[in-house]
Design a binder for this molecule. Structure first.
Ligand SMILES: Cc1cc2nc3c(=O)[nH]c(=O)nc-3n(C[C@H](O)[C@H](O)[C@H](O)COP(=O)(O)O)c2cc1C
Length: 458
């Protein structure tokens, strides 16, 4: 079965679906799908199915029937667009919560036995960095989904995407292993350290705005990290305020269900008036969560509106960036152990800065993020918290001085096996509290007739 997930107009989607022979088509320029709320109910309450029933609640079961997954997406700062990423974020029920090791890295075990061929067809303006990030993300997605990369293509716009020329020779299915290998190598390299930053002497009292971007009501591990970073900045005399980005709906038409947190969308004008801006976010499917991508799109619009020349100039180096705009930093935390798995997401944030003429100050990637909130009672400079605190302190130092040391990858302060065992115990205990045995957590809901997904045509 061939599944097309897209962010195209109806006409373009129809043309593309016909050309590639899609059996199921999901998406649109705007969709009313809710964002993943990070509850992991799809692993511990209704294994294999999302607890939100809004048209993509059965992405897991749908993917279990898929041979070819074709994603036609606007290239958004090197990653997928908010719409297509939304469907990807909601696809984690396809996987088991339990971990295993693939090529020395932690990933999820399979829930389903099928093997998917992944086709990524990006449209929109292209930079070398964005293309490199995109190839890396698609390859990382393939590893996570135990899939194969069939192709990663770029078209300048949607017209080119659906044009005969673009898709000839016939829709390719051959593997591009070498290209994919190269992309992942490129994707895992920390960004250039010690980049020059705009002069900041004339800024007076520096103000930092920290945006926690977990969809979880209590702020999650991201909120915990933002709180700690705020404290470290305060010690350095930086005036800090905090906000949360938690936009769950992409279109206004779908009223959030009762269990879905309300939209919280900090005012772009206020955000862009800060001296320093830090996005503190969870890694979702190797990239930014879809609600954060949507929010970056809003900030992009606000920046364009504010630029009299009609559009922000791409900044060639951070030194070109406007001194009246915030310097942007990022803190990503992720469930897997290896912090390097978060570096592509930080590169997306860096590319967003470059495309908008903002200075990118780099940031921190923190693996084994699942344990962070459980460590609240551990002294910040001791045991498993020590490496995180050291990295956040360096970041706070950079932010207070308006400097950058690129991206730092934090080595978790706990052995890998201990983290994995603790995580597995956690999944089993959560399942048990929902009346589910270990065996039930591996359920494989694939009954196609009961699959509840928009666009199902069979
Ligand atoms: C939809 C979804 C996708 C995720 N994708 C990844 C991933 O690709 N790699 C990873 O290491 N962790 C992944 N995680 C785990 C989160 O990054 C991790 O649980 C993180 O600690 C959550 O942070 P928060 O509490 O701030 O939301 C994912 C979690 C969710 C809900």
């Amino acid at each position: 079965m061939r599944l097309l997930i897209h962010d195209l107009s109806e006409t373009d989607a129809h043309a593309l679906a016909g050309r590639i022979g899609a059996d199921v088509t999901l998406g649109g320029e705007e969709v009313d799908w809710l964002g993943c709320q990070g509850c992991f109910g799809c692993w511990t309450k209704t294994p294999g199915r999302c607890v939100m029933r809004d048209g993509i609640g059965d992405m897991g079961a749908l993917l279990a029937s898929v041979d070819d997954l074709v994603i036609a997406s606007r290239l958004s700062y090197g990653g997928f667009s908010a719409v297509t990423k939304r469907a990807l974020d909601r696809s984690i029920p396809y996987l088991s919560p339990f971990f295993h090791t693939v090529s020395g890295e932690m990933h999820h075990q399979r829930r389903h036995a099928n093997r998917i061929s992944l086709h990524a067809l990006f449209h929109g303006p292209l930079t070398d960095e964005a293309a490199d990030i995109a190839r890396g993300i698609v390859q990382a997605n393939a590893v996570n989904l135990a899939a194969d990369v069939a192709e990663v293509r770029f078209a300048t716009d949607t017209t080119a995407l659906v044009s005969e020329d673009y898709l000839e020779p016939p829709f390719a299915t051959e593997k591009t292993g070498d290209a994919a290998e190269k992309a992942i190598a490129g994707g895992r390299v920390p960004s250039d350290p010690s980049v020059p930053m705009p002069a900041s002497d004339d800024r007076g009292d520096r103000k930092a705005l920290l945006l926690g971007c977990s969809p979880k009501a209590q702020g999650g591990a991201s909120g915990f990290l933002a709180e700690q970073l705020a404290g470290l900045l305060g010690e350095r005399g930086v005036v800090t305020s905090q906000g949360q980005v938690r936009r769950m709906s992409l279109a206004g038409s779908h009223g959030p269900a009762r269990h879905v947190p309300a939209d919280i969308v900090p005012d772009p004008a206020e955000v862009l008036s800060a001296d320093m801006l830090a996005f503190v976010f969870p890694l979702y499917v190797d990239g930014l969560p879809s609600h954060l991508i949507a929010y970056l799109d809003e900030l992009t619009d606000a920046l364009r509106d504010a630029t009299t020349s009609g559009g922000a100039e791409r900044s060639k180096t951070p030194a070109d960036a406007s001194p009246t705009r915030p310097i942007v930093y990022g803190v990503v935390n992720l469930g897997f152990y290896e912090s390097c798995q978060g570096s592509l997401a930080l590169r997306v944030l860096g590319e967003w800065c470059a495309e908008n003429g903002l200075a990118w100050g780099g940031g921190v990637s923190i693996g084994a993020g699942g344990m962070l909130q459980g460590l609240a009672d551990v002294p910040a400079d001791k045991g498993p918290r020590a490496p995180v605190t050291a990295a956040l302190s360096s970041l706070a130092q950079d932010m207070s001085a308006g400097t950058s040391h690129g991206v730092s990858l934090v080595k978790p302060g706990i052995p890998r096996l201990a983290y994995q065992e603790a995580a597995h115990l956690g999944w089993r205990m959560q399942g048990r509290s929902n009346g589910l045995s270990r065996h039930k957590l591996d359920a494989t809901p694939t009954d196609w007739s009961s699959v509840d997904v928009e666009g199902k045509t069979a």
